[in-house]
Design a protein around this ligand. Structure first.
Ligand code: AMP
Ligand code: MG
Length: 345
C-alpha cells in the first residue's frame, strides 16, 4: 500500500512539475514579450537651439516619430536663431518687421507670459543680451552710458503685433532664448501624443516627459547641481506628460573680479540678474510656460518667486541658492535623494 501511495505521489509530482514547467514557460514567454515592449527604446541625439538634445522614444519601431521630431526641432531652430542671418528672427531684428507664422505664434505665447510675470521674462530684452556680449561670446561689462542708451529700447511696448505681422520700434530686437526650447518641447509632445508614443526629451535644460513609462515605473528626472552641473543634486519621480525646466547661473556666464555675470537678464536694469538664486526649476503641464516662468522666477529672486507661486496654482518649483534646496509642497513626495526645505502656501 505504501509503495502504491509513493508511486502515486511521484506521478502527481511529475505531472504537477510538468504543469509548472509549462506554466513557467508561458510566464517566461509573456515576460519576454513584455520585455521586448519595455526595451523598444531608441535614442537620438541632435544639436539645435545652441544645445545638445536627446530624444528617448519608446516603441518608435520604424524611426518615423524620431524623424518627425528632428524636423520640428531643426525647423524651429532655423526660424528662431538670433545669430543665423538666414533665420526669420534675424530678418525681423534687422528689418523691424515680420509675417513669419512661427514668430507670430510664439510671440502670442510669450506676450502672455511677459504680462503675467510683470516683464521679468521678456523677449525684447535682447539689446541688453547683445550689449553684454552674450550673443557672440564676446563677454564684457558695458559702460553705464551704453546701458542707459539701450534701456529705453526694452519692453513689449516697442513690439506691435497684429494678426499677420509684427513690427518693432527702431533699435528694439527680440530673442526667444528663454521660451523657445519649452515651446519646441510642446510641439514635440503633441506629435508624440498623436502617435501614442511615450518618450522623454532632454532639450538642454528642458526636460519633457510624454505619456506613461512603458514599464509602469515613474519617470526619474535629475535636477542639476549648480556647483557641478554634470551631476544631480535632486531627483524627481513624475508620471505622465510633464515639463521640467531649469534656468541656472551656470549655463552661460563669465566672471570678472570674482563676480559671476550670467546669461539671464533683469529687463529693468539691462544687467545680468543677481538675486542670490543659483537655479530655478519649474514643473508644470506646458513647456513654454515652464521655460518662461523658470527665467522669470530667476529674475525675481527668492522672495518674489515664492510670492508669485503663492498667487498661482498651475506650477511647482525648486529654488536652489547658497542655503540649499527649497521646493514647493506639491513636489515634496516626488523629490528624493536630497535634503530640502518645503515652501508651503
Ligand atoms: P533661460 O535659459 O530659459 O532662462 O533663457 C535665457 C536666455 O534667454 C538667455 O540666453 C537670453 O538669450 C534670453 N534672456 C535673458 N534674460 C531674459 C529675460 N529676462 N527674459 C527673456 N529672455 C531672456
Ligand atoms: Mg526659460
Amino acid at each position: 500500500m505504501k509503495r502504491i501511495l509513493a508511486a502515486l505521489f511521484a506521478l502527481l509530482m511529475t505531472l504537477s512539475l510538468c504543469g509548472c514547467e509549462k506554466l513557467q514557460q508561458r510566464l517566461d514567454d509573456g515576460k519576454e514579450k513584455l520585455h521586448e515592449k519595455v526595451l523598444a527604446v531608441s535614442d537620438e541625439t541632435l544639436e539645435a537651439m545652441n544645445t545638445v538634445m536627446q530624444l528617448r522614444l519608446y516603441g518608435d519601431e520604424d524611426g518615423a516619430a524620431a524623424a518627425e521630431l528632428k524636423s520640428i526641432l531643426t525647423e524651429l531652430d532655423a526660424a528662431l536663431s538670433v545669430t543665423d542671418p538666414d533665420s526669420a528672427l534675424y530678418a525681423l531684428n534687422r528689418s523691424g518687421k515680420s509675417s513669419d507664422p512661427t514668430i507670430l505664434a510664439l510671440l502670442n505665447e510669450t506676450a502672455a507670459l511677459t504680462e503675467r510675470t510683470n516683464g521679468a521674462a521678456d523677449p525684447s530684452v535682447y539689446p541688453a543680451v547683445r550689449l553684454w556680449g552674450f550673443t557672440g561670446q564676446n563677454y564684457h561689462i558695458p559702460l553705464q552710458s551704453e546701458i542707459d542708451e539701450i534701456l529705453p529700447l526694452l519692453g513689449m511696448a516697442h513690439v506691435h503685433v497684429s494678426a499677420d505681422e509684427v513690427t518693432l520700434d527702431p533699435g528694439s530686437a527680440l530673442d526667444f532664448g528663454a521660451f523657445a526650447k519649452g515651446w519646441a518641447a510642446d510641439r514635440c509632445r503633441a506629435a508624440l501624443e498623436a502617435r501614442d508614443l511615450p518618450a522623454v526629451l532632454t532639450l538642454g535644460g528642458n526636460i519633457q516627459t510624454v505619456g506613461a513609462k512603458p514599464d509602469g515605473t515613474d519617470w526619474v528626472i535629475g535636477v542639476a547641481d549648480p556647483d557641478d552641473p554634470a551631476s544631480y543634486c535632486l531627483t524627481l519621480r513624475l508620471t505622465g506628460s510633464r515639463a521640467v525646466v531649469t534656468s541656472g547661473d551656470y549655463e552661460r556666464y563669465f566672471e570678472y573680479e570674482g563676480r559671476r555675470y550670467c546669461h539671464i537678464f533683469d529687463p529693468v536694469t539691462a544687467c545680468p540678474a543677481d538675486t542670490g538664486l543659483r537655479s530655478v526649476t519649474v514643473v508644470c503641464d506646458s513647456g513654454v510656460m515652464a521655460d518662461g516662468l523658470a527665467t522669470a522666477l530667476f529674475v525675481m529672486g527668492r522672495e518674489k518667486a515664492i510670492e508669485f507661486w503663492r498667487g498661482s496654482n498651475d506650477f511647482e518649483m525648486i529654488l536652489i541658492d547658497a542655503d540649499g534646496i527649497s521646493l514647493t509642497e506639491g513636489l515634496k513626495d516626488a523629490a528624493a535623494e536630497a535634503e530640502f526645505t518645503v515652501i508651503s502656501r
